[in-house]
Design a protein around this ligand. Sequence first.
Ligand code: BMA
Length: 325
Amino acid sequence: MKYSLLGEALSNIPFEERTEENGLPFWRSVRNPIVARNPIKGVARIYNSAVVPFGAGFAGVFRGDTLNGWPLLFVGFSKDGYSFDIREQPIRMEYENGAPYEMEYGYDPRAVKIGDTYYILWCDGLGGQPTIGLAETKDFKKFVFKGHPVLPYSRNGVMFPRKINGEYVLLTRPSDQGHTPYGDIYLSYSKDLEYWGKHRLVMKPQSSWERLKIGAGAVPIETSEGWLLLYHGVTQTCSGYVYSMGGALLDLDDPSRVLHRSKNYLLTPEKEYECVGFVPNVVFPCAALSDSATGRLALYYGCADTVFGMAFSTTDEILDYILGH
Ligand code: BMA
């Protein structure tokens, strides 16, 4: 391996050899979509969702749009990282005192393990307005709601997988009430997961394919060259938005510093299940598994706001692509 992955080894990472030669660093699973339409009773579409290693397999927090059009979060488990047993009851959260947390809606979840705790972040309603919700779980059965790190309006909350200089670090994308036609990635620090501050701008749209807005995607991956951030970028065409995936490397000690950033996208809607659906032309990364022993990476991403897919790459291919473009 040319570049090292500094995270943990994951010997059971799902992985497939390269099948696509389109000049991009990622290739899609031949099993896509891994979650198809109408996946569980009462849910029409599961797409932008989070997957993490859990026990001997994997756990997922899924965005499911119900038959009345309302987005909620669902939990699921998998032995192999491909087939998930997704529970039909939406996730119920509680406050630390055991009182139920009434979630207005929940979408685009991310999940990260820090120490022995999994933190779930998602787009949550606060007074009906979108912002980031934060919850913790150890077993994916009991979810304790920890509050809203930032005020409305915000989306795409993603936490780094370890403290940096003694503090938790959170990426967000301040926005507005609707389908925001702008947006930059910011970060905030916290010593206790309760009070967040020291807000910094990380990056703004740069290339034409992301000229409207960008938002953090998967949990940043620690490499010898910096934090690998896979993010989504949106452009506007005469027939609507197009969501692609970009890649950047952030400074390990000061992740508000962008060291390198690819001018080209790393993945863009090409397959029919990415180009046709509830919202056409969307690839929306939310999670990535990585194996430090081999440098392999498995990406989970939503496709056309309709189904859920996977793509694969290696740290060497991704970093060479970012550094070369
Ligand atoms: C964003 C979010 C995502 C969605 C995308 C494309 O604003 O709502 O959940 O995938 O739009 O519709």
